[in-house]
Design a protein around this ligand. Structure first.
Ligand code: TRP
Ligand code: SF4
Length: 405
């Protein structure tokens, strides 16, 4: 059984397999995951059920995307030795967690999640008035809570889903964290920490409850994380007891906001499949070169000797991601004086993008040639994930009264 201190350090994130990954995913999501995997216990999964909520009429894109996405994660440096990588539907515990949480979820909480209406508006061509789509954010809550993840790296658009998850966790703990003899059990647990720590815990608890001192609350939590002599159940009790509530069975996660990717698309908008402005991680170098050669520049530069303004040019945004200070200066001067042409200006970007992608594509090729290896990674990931998920579920079933042994 892992200790609360590692539990609360867990990081979990998922990605919907609905197409090819592109440079925006690499710079905006994957580089972040790759950094986190060395700092935390990480769980990264392909959310194939979430893809079904919007793609139930075109399910054929899902399976190839699942494999391609995983291969691209691996090729970019997500390390199966450091992070658990798996497919959501290989861990059916998520579904049981979802159904159990659905029992306590007020319909209005789901109806007011902004993505519910937004996506229905945006994806008008699809009928998203389904039970599955309404439950999308709750399924996400189940994904998160089943690992007791402390941090969830997501983009801006997903913050409301993490917020819902926090509310669900609070409601769950409120409903099922109560025990008839909670107070006695908590007091007994305090004693087990030893005189010094017990005294400190009580002091911090008083400071929080009497004066609302949040620093004391944090310190108390830190103190609990380091206690070796108490059981997991006692720790959950004492987490709750500082705040005056019941046991904290499902801890509230934090959104770890991924800064908006600096990766621009070929047209200067954010790189996104729906804007049709992407460089896919699998595009071959010829295609990459073609896309960059034909991308728009400052519209004021009609002829070679018209001066331009990098601020009005998407190529400049690529330079900001890829170029050295010197090259950027060369662009600024050359563009404004018409000293360089747009073809010249694009060359360093073309070179940089292609050389960034080369090792990724090479590694992807290795995985593509060895599907067994990818299967093994996914099987091992699912196995490790299920072990953690099953532990949480056992606890959840028990407190919900579904314990018939
Ligand atoms: N909804 C997320 C997205 O569209 C994907 C996702 C599913 C997810 N489950 C998750 C992200 C759990 C973080 C945690 O990007
Ligand atoms: Fe854009 Fe470079 Fe052309 Fe200036 S010179 S308009 S920055 S591509």
């Amino acid at each position: 059984m892992s200790s609360v201190s590692t539990q609360y350090q867990r990081v979990l994130s998922g990605m919907r397999p609905t197409g090819q990954l592109h440079l925006g995913h690499y710079h905006g999501v994957l580089k972040n995951w790759i950094r986190l995997q060395h700092e935390y216990e990480c769980f990264f999964f392909v959310a194939d059920w979430h893809a079904l909520t919007t793609h139930y009429e075109e399910t054929s894109v899902i399976a190839p995307s699942v494999m391609d996405n995983v291969i691209d994660w691996l090729a970019c440096g997500v390390d199966p030795g450091a992070a658990k990588i798996f497919i959501q539907s290989h861990v059916p515990e998520h579904a049981e967690m979802h159904v159990l949480l659905s029992m306590i979820t007020p319909l209005s909480w789901l109806e007011r999640v902004p993505t519910y209406k937004d996506q229905q508006e945006k994806l008008k061509e699809k009928d998203l008035a389904t039970y599955g789509f309404l439950g999308y954010p709750l399924l996400q809550s189940a994904d998160i809570l089943i690992y007791k993840a402390g941090q969830v790296p997501v983009g801006e658009d997903q913050v409301a889903h993490v917020e819902l998850t926090r509310e669900i966790a609070r409601r769950f703990n409120h409903l099922y964290g109560r025990e008839p003899d909670f107070e006695e059990k908590a007091e007994a647990a305090i004693k087990k920490m030893g005189k010094k720590n017990a005294k400190l815990y009580k002091e911090l608890r008083r400071k929080f409850q009497e004066q609302g001192d949040h620093e004391a609350l944090e310190t108390a939590r830190e103190l609990l994380k380091t206690q070796q002599n108490i059981t997991l159940g006692d720790r959950e009790r004492l987490f709750g007891y500082v705040e005056g509530s019941g046991k904290i069975i499902l801890p509230e996660p934090q959104a770890l906001l991924t800064k908006a990717s600096k990766m621009p698309g070929l047209d200067g908008q954010k790189m996104s499949k729906s804007y049709n402005n992407v460089i896919a991680l699998r595009d071959d170098p010829k295609e990459v070169e073609h896309k960059l050669r034909t991308m728009p520049t400052d519209p004021a530069r009609v002829r070679r000797d018209d001066p331009g303004d990098p601020e009005k040019c998407p190529v400049w945004e690529f330079h900001q991601v890829y170029s050295s200070v010197d090259t950027k200066q060369w662009v600024q001067d050359g563009c404004r004086s018409a000293g360089i042409g747009c073809v010249d200006c694009k060359q360093p970007v073309i070179d940089a993008v292609i050389s960034e992608m080369a090792p990724i594509q090479e590694r992807a090729e290795d995985y593509l040639n060895d599907p067994k290896l990818v299967q093994n990674i996914l099987n091992e990931g699912a196995e490790a994930a299920r072990e953690v998920a099953e532990n949480t579920l056992e606890e959840v079933r028990e407190v919900m009264g579904l314990d018939y042994d």
